[in-house]
Design a protein around this ligand. Structure first.
Ligand code: HEC
Length: 134
């Protein structure tokens, strides 16, 4: 029995050390990305670049609307005579209306090139959040 006590102590120490070596629980994955705020540079410009700049670029962009940059979009349609968006109001913004076909010309003109519903929602969310140059 005498030699049993140190053995118990040793076992106790061992289990303490083993516990201390348990790995930390994994950090919770970032679940906020799907609903994260849409920014112009990261989310909106890539959609415009992919679907629109083939016509809306250069010195004489279609309908006087250059979609190569935030400045062009903010300047507006007809070289600045008509706003391309109303900050905070996607339903009143031409840049969104042309995508949804809501009483305006459909863009891109070829229906086969229609922007995906997800991308339309991205642009609308960005306009509703204030259409900032972020
Ligand atoms: C194939 C060329 C082409 C592409 C691609 C294109 N557009 Fe256009 N866009 C035009 C033309 C041409 C007009 C002038 C109106 C017309 O003739 O139908 C126009 C007009 C517009 C207008 C003004 C509409 C109005 O009623 O005043 C907006 C806004 C617009 N485009 C946005 C876009 C957006 C956003 C995209 C990308 C999703 C896009 N366009 C892609 C050729 C294009």
């Amino acid at each position: 029995m005498k030699s049993f006590i140190p053995l118990l102590i040793a076992a106790g120490i061992f289990s303490l050390v083993a516990c201390a070596q348990q790995p930390e629980p994994e950090a919770a994955p970032d679940s906020g990305t799907a609903s994260a705020t849409k920014t112009f540079s990261a989310n909106v410009q890539p959609i415009l670049t992919k679907n629109c700049v083939s016509c809306h670029s250069g010195d004489k962009p279609a309908e006087g609307l250059n979609l190569e940059s935030y400045d062009g979009l903010a300047k507006g349609i007809h070289n600045g005579r008509e706003a391309a968006f109303v900050a905070g109001k996607s339903s009143e913004s031409m840049i969104v209306k042309v995508l949804t076909g809501d009483g305006a010309k459909q863009m891109p003109p070829d229906k086969n090139d229609a922007v995906s519903a997800e991308d339309v929602a991205t642009i609308a969310a960005w306009v509703d959040a204030g259409a900032k140059n972020d």
